[in-house]
Design a protein around this ligand. Structure first.
Ligand code: G1P
Length: 291
């Protein structure tokens, strides 16, 4: 079955990026010249996704507005003959159909996903955590969706992480069934240092079956007092089959200040116009001992 819907949780306060996020939602902070969330929605669109369900919060209306048509801006650009910008602006609103739901209190990722239930209905759906940017030849969601089409089962994106970082992630444990593919038997959210069952971290891309909603409803608050998606996945791995795919691609965690800057450097270097002068700037910086 084809996956045509994506849920993107975007209700967080973005406290790590204060004071910028006092008035600009974190998801709209720039990645070179586009908002962070643009990049992951483009990944979804390139993976065949047609419907975006945003889980957002009061005061973050600008996130949804970004994906809507803006006739006044289009008319302005057309009158000015700014046809390049006009094309870009039109392409943004043509990427996906958007609907949104408000998560009224920050009760965790599992709870955020639960808020999307009515809009998703009874279909399998993708989830993208917009902090995780993945640059790859085949979009990461498409890699997962391909395995979903073959198995009909829940798929999570996996990446091996160093042992001293496992406490930052949901960790999966299971047995390898094919190159890069694991049948997952157990999930643990942010295990205390030294106690992780493996070093396979769940990265923010999932293809979920609608049965996950009942399981989320059944989980008790976990790590951080929050309703964790990982705890519902742990139940699902017992009741049904869940697979993990070690995806191909380069991931940046734009949810931290350092990761955000690194992502901007990475995507800036890839930009045809900005890449060469940016590289010269960085090279000069290094030659000057970083000052
Ligand atoms: C969330 C999930 C975690 C996952 C991570 C990936 O955690 O709860 O299981 O490994 O995203 O980025 P967060 O980073 O939001 O604390």
């Amino acid at each position: 079955m084809k996956v045509t819907k994506v849920v993107i949780p975007a209700a967080g306060k973005g406290t790590r990026f204060l004071p910028a996020t006092k008035s600009v939602p974190k998801e709209l902070l720039p990645l070179v010249d586009r908002p962070l969330i643009h990049e992951v929605v483009l990944e979804a669109a390139r993976s065949g996704i047609r419907d975006l369900i945003l889980v957002t919060a009061e005061g973050k209306e600008a996130v949804q507005r970004y994906f809507e048509k803006d006739p006044a801006l289009e008319n302005f650009l057309e009158a000015r003959g700014e046809l390049g910008f006009l094309k870009q602006v039109k392409a943004v609103s043509g990427m996906v159909r958007v609907s949104s739901v408000i998560q009224d209190s920050p009760r965790g990722l599992g709870h955020a996903i639960l808020c999307s239930r009515e809009l998703v209905g009874n279909d399998p759906f993708a989830v993208i955590l917009p902090d995780d940017l993945i640059d790859s030849v085949v979009p990461c969601v498409a890699q997962l969706a391909d395995l979903f089409v073959r198995t009909g089962k829940t798929i999570v994106a996996l990446q091996e992480v160093p042992g001293d970082q496992t406490h930052l992630y949901g960790i999966a444990d299971g047995e390898r069934t094919d190159p890069g593919v694991y049948r997952i038997r157990k999930f643990v959210e942010k295990p205390p240092p030294g106690s992780a069952p493996s070093n396979l971290a769940v990265i923010g891309r999932y293809i979920l079956v609608p049965e996950i909603y009942d399981l989320i409803e059944g989980v008790q608050p976990g790590v951080g007092g929050e309703i964790q998606l990982t705890d519902a996945l742990d139940r699902l791995a017992v009741e049904d089959e869940v697979y993990g795919l070690v995806f191909e691609g380069l991931r940046h965690d734009a949810g931290t200040r350092l990761g955000f800057l690194m992502a901007n450097i990475h995507y800036g270097l890839k930009d045809e116009e900005l890449g060469p002068p940016l590289l010269r700037y960085i090279t000069d910086k290094i030659a000057a001992g970083g000052t």
